[in-house]
Design a protein around this ligand. Structure first.
Ligand SMILES: Cc1cc2nc3c(=O)[nH]c(=O)nc-3n(C[C@H](O)[C@H](O)[C@H](O)COP(=O)(O)O)c2cc1C
Length: 250
């Protein structure tokens, strides 16, 4: 089993609290899952440029920027892993710029459920405020790509809430590790209502685009073709698509 941890921190290795908390979670996962391969990737290794808004991904199925930064390698790692930890520091009440760049560059994946069934933990670390907001946002973006978020961990260094280093935080990390491993076995138990609603909206929209384009003798955007090729056009729900696929994303 491969577990990938993406740490969207800007501070250098060793200094980032987000990285330290992620390492702690990885340690717990290592202890519980003999033989699991854990990989932590930081933005200093594979930086991600911002989206340029060309929409080539939706229309043509590829990102012209992928050759210029670490995104192509990240995409492959995401496809290859059996479970994912996504961890961001909180900047201005939200996810870090690195994290936002990454999520923007994954926008097409929300339309084709690229990570359908991928078990995941969303983690945010703040000084004092904004952890829940950032963690919820990160988690919801992952859910719309099809990820099965087993746990949300909004953590802070001071003030009220889940304090980094506290017994309560240790217990939450341990519980998250257990849930992530459970989601590897039964991802369908963690599929979100948000992802299901997103699926229903896309299904309606893509069906009408396909009908219209076929009538006009024009080709469909790549995302619509991919939706069909993945069998999603013929599913009544995302849950059905996940079960047909046989559970976890590979
Ligand atoms: C640009 C920037 C914006 C920040 N915004 C917030 C914020 O909105 N709320 C807060 O409590 N802390 C904020 N912080 C503090 C970080 O969340 C905190 O230092 C966190 O530990 C950073 O993660 P790191 O240790 O992994 O680098 C901010 C820090 C930076 C550098």
């Amino acid at each position: 089993m491969k577990i990938l941890a993406l740490v969207f921190a800007s501070r250098r290795e060793g200094k980032s609290v987000t990285l330290q908390v992620t390492e702690e979670l990885c340690g717990l996962l290592h202890a519980r899952s003999a033989g699991a391969e854990l990989e932590i990737v930081t933005m200093s290794e594979l930086p991600v440029l911002s989206c340029v808004g060309c929409k080539t991904c939706f229309q043509e199925g590829f990102c012209p920027q992928d050759g210029a930064d670490g995104m192509a390698a990240l995409r492959q790692k995401l496809r290859d892993c059996d479970a994912l930890i996504a961890a961001t520091p909180v900047y201005m009440y939200s996810v870090s710029g690195w994290c936002k760049n990454f999520l923007d560059r994954c926008a097409r994946w929300c339309h084709v459920f690229e990570l359908l069934g991928k078990p995941c933990v969303a983690l945010s670390v703040t000084g004092q405020t904004g952890a829940a907001r950032a963690c919820d946002y990160l988690s919801e973006c992952l859910e719309t790509m099809g990820c099965c978020v087993a746990a949300r961990l909004p953590m802070q260094r001071q003030g009220e809430g889940l304090l980094v280093g506290s017994e309560e935080a240790q217990a939450a990390l341990s519980e998250a590790a257990g849930k992530l491993l459970d989601a590897v076995r039964q991802p369908e138990n963690y599929l979100s209502e948000l992802a299901e609603a997103q699926f229903q909206a896309l299904l309606r929209s893509f069906r009408s685009i396909e009908t219209f384009r076929t009538l006009m003798g024009r080709r469909c955007p790549d995302e619509v073709d991919t939706f069909r090729q993945r069998g999603l056009m013929n599913c009544a729900s995302l849950r059905e698509a996940l079960l047909k696929k046989g559970g976890s994303a590979t």
